[in-house]
Design a protein around this ligand. Structure first.
Ligand code: G4P
Ligand code: NA
Ligand code: NA
Length: 191
């Protein structure tokens, strides 16, 4: 997605440790117009799929997910990161380890919001090591929901998340694909 690549070049900041800071439009301040165009692009890519629900994880996945939900006219569910209380019956849960933050989060979704009747599009802001997406796919598996695919705003193609998702046989669509960071510059995957 050209507009997104241009925005990353313009406002993205490459930090040590292969981290791209996009606080200007995605992870802290949010550009609603750009998010809307992202939602339209996901809707275009998955227009042949009978999607009934979008699933993401808080916090930064919510903005692109809600715009996709608006364009596709389906509800958006976000998995929560706060550990569910042991008294919480009826939740799907998955463990998500973050290599970046060296912590494991239990993500959870109330069973009433996802079922075998659903056809899900999973959306997230970043794909790095793929642990968050794997956790969301695990929750879909528990719900026995169909998964039409995974939509990612920024894919770091050099990390292992891409192959993890492809090995699971799920369709992956990423709007910006980063091949590498060189001297503080972003190099995108050539089409
Ligand atoms: P993974 O989900 O692909 O396994 O990623 P990883 O554990 O490496 O990443 C942990 C967190 O860092 C995730 O956010 C992920 O979206 C984010 N992240 C990974 N690489 C980058 C990057 O280059 N730039 C930015 N800005 N973020 C990155 P989170 O902490 O789970 O969520 P949130 O609360 O920010 O949504
Ligand atoms: Na995220
Ligand atoms: Na994030």
């Amino acid at each position: 997605m050209k507009l997104l690549e241009e925005r990353i070049r313009q406002d993205g900041v490459v930090l040590p440790g292969n981290v791209l800071k996009v606080n200007q439009f995605l992870n802290h301040q949010i550009d609603p117009q750009l998010m809307y165009e992202i939602g339209q692009e996901f809707a275009r890519l998955f227009k042949e799929s009978p999607i009934t629900k979008i699933l993401t994880v808080e916090a930064s996945g919510i903005a692109p997910a809600i715009m996709a939900g608006l364009v596709m006219n389906v509800p958006v569910v976000f998995a929560r990161k706060k550990k569910p209380s042991t008294l919480d019956a009826g939740v799907y849960t998955a463990e998500v380890y973050s290599y970046t933050k060296k912590v494991t989060n239990t993500i959870s979704v109330d069973q009433k919001f996802l079922s075998a009747k659903d056809n899900v599009l999973v959306i997230d802001d970043f794909l790095a090591n793929g642990q968050a997406v794997q956790g969301l796919l695990e929750i879909c598996r528990q719900a026995q929901a169909e998964v039409s695919g995974v939509g990612i705003v920024v894919e770091k193609s050099f990390q292992k998340g891409v192959s993890l998702i492809k090995e699971s046989g799920v369709r992956l669509e990423s709007l910006a694909r980063i091949a590498s960071f060189e001297n503080g510059e972003v190099r995108f995957v050539e089409e």
